[in-house]
Design a protein around this ligand. Structure first.
Ligand SMILES: C[S@@+](CC[C@H](N)C(=O)[O-])C[C@H]1O[C@@H](n2cnc3c(N)ncnc32)[C@H](O)[C@@H]1O
Length: 445
């Protein structure tokens, strides 16, 4: 059981009481707040909402058991914001070494006194802002419970960057964030946005799972798993980028817009370079389109009205399309030259009937080019002027059974979910002439 609901309520009121006592000598710092308990009972309350020693220990045992699930034998482990060693007392026997770090010398003093019988357990006081007291790649596992939420977001982010530094390349981190929108945090939310009590330096800061994941990824920690425990979320992270399956799992932790953004962050196009089988080349596109290849090796597709070239085999599931095109359409105000590359969702009727991702034009994906700029009401924009530069446009479309992702050479990305019914890729042209300079479809490795 995760006793967070009750914990946060009392913890807030105890902290608020401490801060009110300190307010005479402004500004109040993190260290002052967490040093300001008068006895062990108050320390337990401020940490875990439990004055009672047995209940406090019981919570520590539950959390230690949870952490043990992610421990390799002989692990070097570190805890950021260890308090008086609530978790350490039960975790130490399962680690090769365990280091508790905390800003508060009083918390550390209590922890040392309580737990001096564990030879492999040590405590370090830090400056409250970084882990400069730790070596790079020192630990197999770093964890932190009920600490990041008490910090300004920039301070929390700095710690995440530090976790990334001190964890070994094959190591992991278990990091807890508050789970918003949990009704439990309504009072904290109001305090945070209004500055009214119980607003103080150690007040809970709130994160939705999408925000937490975004923070973690930006700091170079990639969530592998998410555990929802009452009003808390705990992320199991690694410092290595996920593969596609790992990304799909991570994408399910966040909202679609964040997933879309993080795809580019986690799986940049070059990482997807494939040595898989080549399914189609330019000449195949030419014959499917009924157009000959020009002397310069390119293919000029003329579209008067609407034209769709469907490529390949309905059985394809995971493939990558690399295409280099140049628009060659004289601009007319009322004619929007469209190019679409996408998927046929219902290949059996022979038309582009049900593309899975809809835009205003009803196509799977359509960069609409108008007078030298990208149409900017689509979910992505590259800000590059095709007409002005006359440079070719290089695009990569990656499709698997869950995602359709489009990269352009500037790294702009559009991602959408597909489903298992998607058909082969198509190229669609409306009112435009396009020169296709290179075209290749490959299976994904
Ligand atoms: C709510 S308690 C949690 C203690 C412990 N993680 C647990 O679960 O029992 C928060 C702890 O974080 C520590 N802390 C607060 N701000 C910190 C900071 N900026 N750097 C390091 N430790 C901090 C406090 O001193 C306190 O011990």
């Amino acid at each position: 059981m995760w006793p967070a609901h009750g914990m946060m309520r009392t913890m807030k009121s105890v902290l608020t009481k401490f801060v009110s006592k300190l307010r005479g000598s402004k500004p109040v710092t993190y260290r002052e707040v967490w040093n300001s308990f008068s006895n062990l009972k108050e320390a337990r309350q401020s940490i875990y909402n439990e004055a009672d020693a047995d209940a406090f220990d019981q919570g520590g045992r539950i959390d230690a058991d949870f952490i043990c699930r992610f421990l390799e034998p002989d692990a070097a482990v570190m805890d950021i914001g260890c308090g008086i060693g609530r978790v350490e007392q039960f975790l130490a026997p399962h680690c090769k070494s365990l280091v508790g770090v905390d800003i508060s010398e009083r918390m550390i003093e209590e922890a040392r006194t309580r737990l001096s019988h564990h030879d492999n357990l040590s405590f370090r006081q830090n400056n409250g802002g970084d882990l400069s007291i730790c070596e790079t790649a020192e630990f197999d596992l770093v964890f932190s419970f009920f600490v990041l939420q008490h910090l300004e977001r920039e301070d929390a982010f700095r710690y995440l960057e530090e976790v990334r530094r001190v964890v070994k390349p094959g190591g992991r981190a278990l990091l807890q964030f508050p789970l918003v929108p949990s009704a439990y945090f309504d009072e904290s939310f109001l305090a945070d946005v209004t500055g009214r009590p119980p607003y103080h330096v150690a007040r809970p800061r709130l994160y939705t799972p999408s925000e937490s994941v975004f923070f973690l990824v930006k700091a170079g920690l990639f969530p592998q798993d998410l555990f929802l425990r009452g009003s808390e979320s705990v992320f199991l992270c690694t410092p290595s980028r996920p593969d596609r399956a790992g990304f799909h799992k991570m994408a399910r932790m966040v909202d679609p817009a964040t997933a879309m953004r993080l795809w580019g962050e986690c799986l940049p196009a070059p990482a997807l370079a494939t040595d898989g089988e080549r399914l189609l080349e330019l000449s195949d596109l030419a014959s499917a389109a009924g157009d000959p290849i020009d002397g310069d090796g390119s293919l000029r597709l003329e579209a008067l009205g609407e034209r769709t070239v469907v490529l390949g085999d309905d059985a394809w599931t995971d493939y990558r399309v690399d295409i280099e095109l140049q628009l060659d359409a004289p601009w007319e105000e009322d004619r929007f030259p469209d190019i679409g590359i996408g998927l046929r969702s219902y290949p059996s009727d022979g038309a582009v009937a049900g593309p899975y991702v809809q835009t205003t034009m009803g196509h799977a994906w359509i960069p609409r080019v108008r007078k030298g700029e990208w149409w900017d009401d689509l979910p992505f924009t590259s800000g590059r002027s095709l007409e002005a530069s006359r440079e070719p446009l290089r695009l990569t479309l990656v499709v698997d059974s869950d995602w359709l992702t489009l990269y352009d050479e500037n790294g702009w990305v559009f991602t959408a979910r597909t489903d298992r019914r998607h058909g082969p890729p198509f190229l669609r042209l409306v009112d435009t002439t396009v020169q296709v300079r290179a075209f290749q479809v490959s299976t994904l490795a």
